[in-house]
Design a protein around this ligand. Structure first.
Ligand SMILES: Nc1ncnc2c1ncn2[C@@H]1O[C@H](COP(=O)(O)OP(=O)(O)O)[C@@H](O)[C@H]1O
Ligand SMILES: [Mg+2]
Length: 463
């Protein structure tokens, strides 16, 4: 059963119970008043003969007697069944009860009166000679009080119903209707396979339903953005892998068609095939790296001295490029809490780019310094630099600066990379909650840097 239907059932039940309770109260009040009438009847009729005597006297104009019996009907039922009225109530001089014949020894009973309209409570008291005194009290007053009470309770019930109705409307509008909207929106999202960026109209953010709506919208937006990102990622990756595949297929078709005549041509083709296959392998590895890096929980954080890391990288670089001047600049405490393998991977990529995009023999500067709460590591080259308009995109996946020739570098000499190196750097630094960037002057060189939060000098013991 839906929450809404449950609410409706609960409210209906509540209203029915209230109505029954109110009617019960009114009926018991009526019964109480009638019991009081009966009480009076039984006081009046303790001695039938005396009562009749007083009644006769009252009828004969005796003021004191009349004062006692202003609202009582008294009659005498003869042995032959005829009812002789002795006294009628002042308020209703025509009142005569309708006897059904079974009133004898039955205690107080309710009977109609001749001509209808009102009713009486009535007892018969035996007199001598087979006669009975019939004593009756009108219950018109009791019934009027009952009707007034019923009216008052009915009005109160209407008030309660109105308040409950308002509360129900309020709960429905603020709580249930938004949930129904959310449900159908969620069903819509599911039906679209998570691609439809459905947004719901959100209620007051102070309410639970409002907060739920906001959270839902944010979730849907994030999911849709994630899906779009994934779609682009797959599209980019397929596009990048298609180029080397086309080359491979080209050489194999050429060979099949007998286009590679000499053994030198075959060797050359094999060399190209090997280079493309290697490149594909690198792209796949880099893609796997990038996917793994979206999960920052996978990082193994340890205290790491960025100064030491750049010293090590500089030493490696000097061994591999003895003709380059490799300068190290360290200042301040440069310890951070980071995943050493990942940070080394990022800095290695920056150093590799510096070497790749600057002329042989030009100097490379590796720096580590404390900048307030942050520690910055940087790699500076004296290479071709990056045009200003390309700067914002160099960290994008698969992005490579196309205008290399314009920047004055020997473009053919640079081996083709995957275009994922800087994207991986960005992913690693972001996973650490750090910042990264590049400053570059075309023709003069570039400085790539990354910043991580410093870890206050002291190296905590490894957990
Ligand atoms: N130190 C640098 N000097 C000049 N250009 C650079 C430098 N580092 C990166 N770039 C440019 O940024 C692009 C993206 O770099 P990266 O993501 O490492 O891809 P890849 O090196 O595989 O081409 C490179 O293609 C290059 O054009
Ligand atoms: Mg690179």
């Amino acid at each position: 059963m839906t929450l809404r239907r449950r609410l409706a059932v609960a409210i209906t039940a509540l209203l029915v119970v209230t109505a029954l309770a109110f009617v019960g109260v009114a009926l018991s009040q009526r019964a109480y008043l009638i019991a009081q009438l009966d009480e009076r009847l039984s006081t009046l009729t303790t001695d039938g003969r005396a009562l009749l005597a007083i009644a006769n006297r009252a009828d004969a104009g005796n003021g004191a007697a009349a004062g006692l019996l202003t609202d009582v009907y008294i009659g005498v039922l003869r042995a032959n069944g005829a009812l002789v009225t002795v006294l009628t109530p002042n308020a209703d001089p025509g009142l005569v009860p309708v006897l059904l014949g079974n009133e004898r020894d039955a205690g107080p009973l309710t009977r109609a009166i001749v001509g209808g309209g009102e009713r009486v409570r009535l007892v018969e008291v035996p007199l001598n000679g087979g006669r009975y005194a019939v004593v009756a009290l009108s219950i018109a007053g009791v019934e009027a009080a009952f009707r007034r009470l019923l009216l008052a309770l009915g009005l109160a019930w209407l008030g309660v119903a109105a308040v409950i109705g308002l509360v129900a409307y309020w709960v429905d509008r603020l709580g249930l209707r938004p949930i129904a909207r959310l449900t159908s929106a969620a069903e819509h999202v599911t039906a679209s396979g998570g691609r439809a960026p459905v947004q719901v109209e959100t209620a007051d953010p102070q309410t639970e339903a409002g907060r739920l709506g906001h959270a839902f919208n944010a979730m849907v937006a994030t999911t849709a953005a994630g899906q779009e990102e994934l779609r682009r990622f797959v599209a980019d990756a397929s596009h990048e892998l298609r180029t080397p595949l086309t080359t491979l297929r080209g050489y194999s078709s050429l060979y099949a068609a007998g286009g590679l005549a000499s053994s030198e041509q075959v060797a050359d083709a094999m060399g190209r095939i090997n280079a493309e296959a290697t490149r594909m392998g690198r792209i796949v590895d880099d893609l796997l790296d990038l996917t793994a890096l979206t999960d920052s929980a996978a990082l193994e954080l340890r205290p790491l001295d960025l100064g030491t890391v750049i010293e090590e990288l500089a030493a490696d670089l000097r061994v591999r490029n003895p003709d380059r001047a490799v300068v190290v600049e360290r200042t301040g405490a440069t310890i951070v809490l980071a995943d050493p393998d990942r940070i080394r991977q990022a800095l290695t990529a920056l150093v590799a780019n510096a070497v790749k995009y600057s002329p042989d023999g030009s100097p490379v500067v590796l720096g580590a310094q404390r900048l307030g709460p942050m520690v910055r590591a940087r790699v500076t080259d004296r290479g071709r630099g990056i045009p200003v308009e390309e700067l914002p995109r160099v960290f994008d996946r698969f992005y490579r600066v196309r205008s290399a020739a314009a920047a004055g570098a020997p473009a053919p000499a640079t081996p083709k990379g995957s275009g994922l190196g800087l994207a991986i750097v960005a992913a690693i630094v972001s996973a650490h909650g750090g910042r990264y960037g590049v400053d570059s002057v075309p023709g003069r060189g570039s400085t790539f840097w990354l910043e991580l939060t410093g870890s206050d000098g002291a190296v905590p013991a490894r957990a």
